[in-house]
Write a protein that binds this ligand. Structure first.
Ligand SMILES: [Zn+2]
Length: 360
């Protein structure tokens, strides 16, 4: 996530979690079976459905970095949030899956209210559990509230099957990855064997503020990685750029730093590619093992519904997108950057599938 979060506006409406239609215990009992059924269309053999058949012909793609909110900017509840989100997946030229975490008001509330963590993650869970395996949950916490964070993680990872911790929004929630409390959170993520997605400022911009403070974010990440080397780290939107040359990309500096600090590429670091038109993409393909690259575009539900097509850049109106907002555009950028078809399969799908331990 990047700037313009709308953190200043706190939500007027009380965030009330929707009641679940099954108890957690019942859910746990059925979750393995449900997951098998729900992912069968995606991962399993061809089924009889024509629509499903069309979907199967598409290139499979998992985005590891999506922010959603079922409350619009007007403060009103979006009653058809799941349908509107699945519509984006259906409209996509790829067989698309999202790893989702909270956005906007849910995030800002977590700055001051520890109870808001469970509420935000519950919103995510409610969407995931009704998505037939097309949405994966990412657990967002604020380690300033350590006890509540560990409790929320226990629920997300032991009961709800979430696949990732993060995005860790240090600049909004006012903590460091290298804080003692965050260390405990990261250690627990390592115990659950889920990756930790850490915000890195994507570019310097005169108005980016603390969100764009990429080099200090990376320094902080390197410090925690040294103390908790058993964790898996996702360098959120490390490879990206802004819509104009006024945004000075950190991507080359991130690549320089990783190369300068480590004798060989660290096996527990994954780079997210946010903007596939980024000038550093060819270098990224050359220097980062293609098993350690992910598609994480920071797409949000801030405009709509109907929501903008997947492939629209963060914080950009679809009409102003510098390329057609489609997965095939990402693929073209990757091909031009020197990626092979096998690399593209890994970057767009296989690496995330392995990281999230989804069925082959
Ligand atoms: Zn971010």
């Amino acid at each position: 996530m990047d700037k313009k979060l709308g953190a200043k506006k706190t939500m007027k409406r009380e965030l009330v979690p929707e009641p679940f239609d099954i108890t957690r215990r019942q859910f746990v009992k059925t979750t393995a079976a449900a997951a098998m059924v729900s992912t069968a269309g995606f991962f399993g053999p061809q089924t009889a459905s024509a629509a499903d058949g069309d979907q199967k012909k598409k290139r499979r793609w998992i985005d590891t970095h999506i922010h959603v909110s079922d409350i619009g900017r007007d403060g009103k509840k979006r009653e058809k949030m799941l349908e509107d989100l699945l519509d984006v997946l259906d409209r996509c030229d790829a067989d698309l899956r999202f790893a989702i975490c909270p956005d906007a008001g849910y995030v800002s509330r977590m700055t001051t209210d520890p109870a808001a963590m469970m509420v935000g993650n519950q919103m995510v869970y409610d969407l995931c559990r009704r998505s037939s395996g097309r949405l994966y949950g990412c657990c967002m916490v604020n380690p300033n509230f350590l006890d509540e964070s560990l409790k929320v993680m226990k629920t997300c990872f032991e009961e709800w099957g979430f696949v990732q911790l993060g995005e860790m929004l240090t600049y909004i929630h006012k903590y460091k990855m290298s804080d003692k409390a965050t260390e405990k959170v990261v250690q627990l993520a390592a115990k659950y064997n889920v990756p930790v997605e850490v915000h890195l400022g994507t570019y310097w911009h005169k108005k980016a503020g603390s969100s764009g403070d990429g080099m200090n974010h990376l320094t902080d990440l390197l410090a925690i990685a040294e103390r908790v080397p058993e964790a898996k780290y996702i360098l959120a939107h490390a490879i990206g750029c802004g819509p104009t040359p006024d945004y000075v990309s950190w991507a080359d500096m991130f690549l320089d730093t990783i190369k300068g600090v480590f004798p060989k590429y660290p096996d527990n670091f994954w780079f997210e590619i946010r903007d596939f038109q980024c000038k550093a993409l060819p270098r990224t393909i050359r220097e980062v093992p293609t098993t350690r690259l992910l598609s994480g575009t920071d797409w949000t539900t801030r405009i709509g519904p109907p929501f903008q097509n997947y492939g629209t850049m963060f914080d950009i109106k679809e009409g102003a997108n510098p390329f057609p907002p489609k997965v095939s555009s990402f693929v073209d950028f990757l091909l031009k950057a020197g990626a092979s078809e096998a690399d593209i399969t890994r970057i767009g799908y296989e690496n995330a599938r392995e990281l999230y331990k989804l069925p082959a």
